[in-house]
Design a protein around this ligand. Sequence first.
Ligand code: FAD
Ligand code: FES
Length: 284
Amino acid sequence: MYELVEKSEIFNVHKMVIKAPGIADSMKPGQFCIIMATEFSERIPMTVSDWSTDTGTITIYALELGISTLELARMKVGGSLYAVTGPLGTPSEIRHYGTVVLGGGCYGIGGIYPIAKACKEAGNEVISIVEARYSPMFYHEKELQQVSNQVFYATSDGSRGKKGKVEDVIAEMLERGARVDQAFFMGCTQMLERCSEATRPIGIPTKVALNSIMLDGTGMCGACRVTVGGETKFACVDGPEFDGHKVDWRELQQRKSAYTEQEAVVYQSLSHECLAEKKLRGEL
Ligand SMILES: Cc1cc2nc3c(=O)[nH]c(=O)nc-3n(C[C@H](O)[C@H](O)[C@H](O)COP(=O)(O)OP(=O)(O)OC[C@H]3O[C@@H](n4cnc5c(N)ncnc54)[C@H](O)[C@@H]3O)c2cc1C
Ligand code: FES
């Protein structure tokens, strides 16, 4: 069993530190694991944002969206997850690129951390750009600052850093004449597509961590099928990172929303509300 040894919440993102020594021992940046909260839960992929071979733990940041992430959110320290399988996926390609820009939104704020760390250790100039709706939604800040030469913030309401999104910060950097040798992006699909479009005109090599629906995570079920450069790929084994300029975004969005109706029915039946958001709006 996989004990939950630490847990905290930043709005609807839940930091969970899980005892999983076998996974911590062999984890590499860019990889993920598949988690089942209980015996009856769905299998859901989660990026491993940090790990320690000393404590035998892995850290994930779970964005509460639907039934499975709600189950994770409701878990208590000292409880155990039914299954954690990993490491899965092909690790990020880390080498000396020169200047590397990493962009993260929602769970990607935590997810880019190990890639940033490894890029810094490989001698790169690391520029991290993170986006959120408003300032208090940022997390894992100190850690990201420690492994970045610079960290830029973008918020939808302008409460911190640039008013806008990651791609607006990139546009400003490029206008100032900054050189970028490699970009990595992690977050929701819309963000990945927007950022890829921002780097396309000047041909910055761009990797995006795709978040297609996954079941087994080992290349057997085909649920995670994506088209990249006209070829069929399985995001769980061939990725999750792919060339952002070659992804068929429309197909990915369609496949990701295949169960939206069913997901909404299940979630509504729980009558759940995100209390943190209500508090922010002053309704509590
Ligand atoms: C490689 C990879 C790494 C990921 N890392 C993280 C992470 O670190 N933190 C995080 O919060 N989220 C991460 N995700 C997304 C996360 O897996 C989904 O948000 C989660 O499965 C939603 O489940 P749900 O039941 O709570 O929501 P639902 O209401 O069931 O679904 C909400 C949306 O989540 C997506 N989703 C649902 N089931 C799956 C599934 N089995 N696999 C992938 N997507 C699904 C669908 O697009 C769906 O529309 C990652 C996804 C992938 C593919
Ligand atoms: S999740 Fe089954 S093949 Fe990728």
